[in-house]
Design a protein. Structure first.
Length: 231
């Protein structure tokens, strides 16, 4: 019995040593240097990453340390993996889904692998300041659906069928517009000529505080935007 216990203990120690060695061999990159995670915009308030992973590709292991808002443009079958564990299937989410991750409180190291035949496309907004309290987001009316409101950001969905218009708002905090379904729109602002735009899926636009605007869908397709304001 004692011999068997010694053998079992030795086996466990070998397994633990192998696991520790395997984890130490894992290369972990900052998310901003990770394959298929491309920084495309940066200022003192946010960094925007265009995360576009082609079919049957992997990001490799990377580390998140900043509070983050993600807006899903296109999903596909994929897995997630943390060092030392087996990959697990990630539950699919609908296009336009918004999620917030408080990585400043608990950093996350993982890898994303696309197992499907389509790409995974996510717009990731990293919040550069360690805490909120600088800005007060606006109040929005008809057409805008508040989908996320916490201590760091307020986020709205705006979905307009052809011919529909959202009521005018005055944006009181800086933020970002992310295009989920593109098309053609007109923005109207007091004292200015109407401004036509033709945004495409996956594009994004910095928005300063202080602007007043109404948005009208003048195209022939459904328009879906996600707009966030910082706190």
């Amino acid at each position: 019995m004692i011999g068997a216990m010694k053998t079992l203990l030795a086996s466990l120690l070998v397994a633990l040593a192998w696991s520790a060695g395997a984890q130490s061999d894992v290369t972990v990159l900052p998310v901003e240097q990770t394959p298929y995670h491309v920084p495309v915009f940066r200022n003192d308030l946010m960094t925007v990453l265009n995360v576009f992973i082609p079919p049957h590709r992997t990001s490799g292991f990377h580390r998140h340390v900043l509070d983050t808002v993600g807006v899903l443009i296109t999903d596909t079958p994929r897995t997630g993996q943390i060092p030392g564990a087996e990959p697990t299937v990630t539950a699919p989410r609908p296009r336009g889904s918004v999620n917030f991750s408080a990585y400043s409180r608990q950093e996350n190291v993982h890898a994303v692998t696309v197992t499907g035949d389509g790409p995974f496309h996510n717009i990731v907004v990293e919040l550069m300041r360690p805490s909120a309290g600088t800005f007060t987001p606006s109040t929005r009316g008809t057409g805008y659906e508040l989908v996320l409101d916490n201590e760091r950001v307020s986020v709205w969905h705006l979905v307009l069928a052809p011919g529909q218009e959202a009521s005018a708002i005055t944006q009181t905090a800086p933020g970002l517009r992310i295009v989920v379904d593109g098309g053609e729109l007109i923005e109207s602002a007091p004292g200015k000529a109407d401004r036509g735009m033709a945004p495409r899926s996956g594009e994004f636009f910095w928005q300063d505080a202080g602007a007043t605007r109404a948005v009208r869908n003048v195209g022939t397709t459904r328009l879906e935007l996600v707009e966030l304001e910082l706190k």
